[in-house]
Design a protein around this ligand. Sequence first.
Ligand SMILES: Nc1nc2c(ncn2[C@@H]2O[C@H](COP(=O)(O)OP(=O)(O)OP(=O)(O)O)[C@@H](O)[C@H]2O)c(=O)[nH]1
Length: 200
Amino acid sequence: MARTGNKNIQAKLVVLGDMGTGKTSLVLRFVKGQFHDYEESTIGAAFFTQVLSLPDAAIKFDVWDTAGQERYHSLAPMYYRGAAAAIVVYDITNMDSFERGKKWVQQLQRHGNASMVVALVANKSDLESNRVVENEEGERYAKENHLLFFEASAKTAHNVNELFYEIAKAVAVASLNQQSGMKLQRRPDDLGRRLFCCSS
Ligand SMILES: Nc1nc2c(ncn2[C@@H]2O[C@H](COP(=O)(O)OP(=O)(O)OP(=O)(O)O)[C@@H](O)[C@H]2O)c(=O)[nH]1
């Protein structure tokens, strides 16, 4: 759960998605600015930290990069429990990974923290010629489910910093509103990109 105190916010962030979608690659791009053409499949989960500065706050992300292989799925609740944010990744060249991503979104909606910021990421945008999931499909699903949405590429770094920056902004808003006891409300006409306060 995010904590505020002189505008330093610590936020648990979990990364979910099918195997091979590029979860580790996105996190490594964000944390280390690196990309590897061969990335070993994650076993269990991997942990990273990164601080991101906003104009009014510093967010320290504790990132749990989970393993996409089916046999590790039962561990997922351990990683999304108490998370302030989640990134659900699919690969634009793999329709099954999009379907699997939807299942993760449903699971987070049912069992995750109600104020969790969830971002859907269509990764591997550099592989346009192999695309099978249209941008509009992902965007529509994200809008219907009030998710942030980004097409990104861990390989070229397209939209990776933007993704984490928008998550940090939304986490900061959610965290400050939680502290002040206000309820968050999602505005229906918004693209799912922001949370707006307030309702009683
Ligand atoms: N072209 C391209 N390849 C990518 C991109 N992101 C990841 N990859 C490649 O996809 C493969 C899988 O990437 P990983 O980051 O290991 O994927 P993962 O989702 O962490 O996989 P698991 O640990 O098995 O769940 C690797 O060969 C990466 O180099 C991308 O944006 N573009």
